[in-house]
Write a protein that binds this ligand. Structure first.
Ligand code: ZN
Ligand code: ZN
Length: 413
């Protein structure tokens, strides 16, 4: 039993809707989640109306159906993207609907599914949904991703617990890292945490580093050049209409974009990567002029290769993110097997699409201008963890000064 569960669930819904999404009067948010998330999703629907929503549009998925489909549907299905699905995202884009979604699926949902089917589905859904997701990343509407524990996920995280017991333990962990205690003050606590993240972003922006050099005992020795007009962001962001929102709850990261062709050396993963319902373990990438020229993984190498072969941009980095080793999530000592949590436990990088907002004026640039500014473009964006207890990052300014950014896994300032 999770103590005070109902009060905590309501506090969580309020946090997601009021702070994460920050629903404004007259807006029509969409809420996406699996059928087992109904108690939380219903509270979110109410919280949206409490904020003055004009309407709320929920959408329910189901893990069993997803897996059964991947295993048994006709091969051709994975190369198609139905027109009604496209019409749906186009409508939300037209309305500039705030989007709340949840991460909580079984991390190994698609285990033993033919990787070619997964890749075909990604290729088919990429182009039709691109305008929607591009607009989302450019902040044309507010969005927030929260988490919802499930038994399959919980049993992965706590292998010595079963069923309800594992689920309760995961709820406790999620509430704790989301700063939810049941006292109704999570909203205030988040506002404080976000302002601490903003202070460090300002320090990084003031240095305006030309490059970052990563080293650790795993064998990472990587130099990342940053675009001249890069911007570090973190905590909350503002939509184009000026509404503040938090894209991920929880969030601890401060991030920017690397210079597309400016990454050289080797970087080792520090945690397993859960991707498409599979786990990829102990991998490294070698970079030359920004491009991944070699990849090796002890487990899941084939999937990782396919992921970076999705399109040309998938072979280049799109995100550099800094998270102290002593973060609230890392300090739980739990490996969540979920990017939303694990990426906030560790310094990470992502291959694929860069966020347009990571260079000054990026949201208003067309694709060519973004490329010229050094931003990577791709249909994909996959975060992987590189932070370790001994990670060192040294920044070099444009006038050649070397400034410690990370010492022994934590911020030097
Ligand atoms: Zn990130
Ligand atoms: Zn990312």
């Amino acid at each position: 039993m999770v103590s005070n569960f109902d009060a905590k669930l309501s506090e969580y819904a309020r946090l997601l809707v009021e702070v994460g999404l920050n629903v404004q009067p007259g807006q029509t948010p969409s809420i996406e989640g699996n059928v087992e998330y109904v108690p939380l999703m219903r509270r979110c629907v109410s919280a949206c109306f409490d904020c003055g929503a004009r309407n709320v549009v929920p959408y329910f998925g189901d893990d069993f159906t997803t897996r059964e489909t991947f295993l048994r549907a006709d091969e051709a299905v994975f190369g198609e993207y139905p027109s009604y699905m496209k019409a749906r995202v186009d409508w939300f884009l037209e309305q500039k609907s705030p989007r709340l979604s949840f991460s909580g699926s079984n991390p190994e949902l698609l285990k033993d599914v033919d990787p070619a089917r997964i890749q075909a589905r990604r290729r088919a859904s990429g182009p039709p949904t691109k305008p929607y997701f591009d607009a989302m990343q450019a902040g044309k509407f507010q969005w927030c991703v929260g988490a919802h524990p499930t038994v399959s996920w919980a049993e992965k995280v706590f292998p010595d617990k079963k069923g309800e017991e594992a689920l309760d333990a995961l709820w406790e962990a999620v509430f704790s890292v989301c700063r939810i205690t049941g006292d109704g003050k999570a909203v205030e606590r988040w506002r404080e945490a976000v302002s601490a993240i903003s202070r460090r972003s300002r320090v990084l922006n003031d240095y305006n580093f030309a490059s970052l050099h990563y080293t650790n005992a795993l064998g990472t020795d990587l130099t990342i050049l940053l675009p001249e007009n890069h911007v570090w962001a973190g905590g909350s962001e503002k939509s184009v209409a000026g509404v503040e929102f938090i894209a991920n709850i929880p969030t601890e990261e401060i991030f920017t974009a690397p210079l597309r062709n400016g990454v050289d050396g080797r970087v080792h993963s520090s945690m397993p990567l859960a991707m498409d319902g599979n786990l990829i373990k102990d991998f490294y990438f070698d970079f030359k002029d920004g491009r991944i020229v070699d990849v090796h993984a002890k487990q899941g190498e084939e999937l990782l290769r396919r992921a970076i072969e999705l399109d040309e941009g998938a072979r280049y980095l799109g995100e550099v993110a800094l998270v102290p080793y002593d973060s609230p999530i890392r300090n739980t000592g739990i490996l969540f097997y979920n990017t939303l949590f694990d990426e906030n436990a560790s310094c990470h990088l992502a291959f694929g699409q860069a966020y347009a907002a990571c260079v000054r004026g990026g949201e208003d640039m067309d694709e060519e201008a973004q490329k010229a500014a050094g931003l990577n473009r791709s249909m994909t964006h996959v975060d992987f963890m590189v932070g370790t207890r001994d990670l060192s990052i040294v920044g070099t300014t444009h006038d050649g000064r070397e400034i410690p950014v990370f010492v022994d896994g934590n911020f030097a300032f």
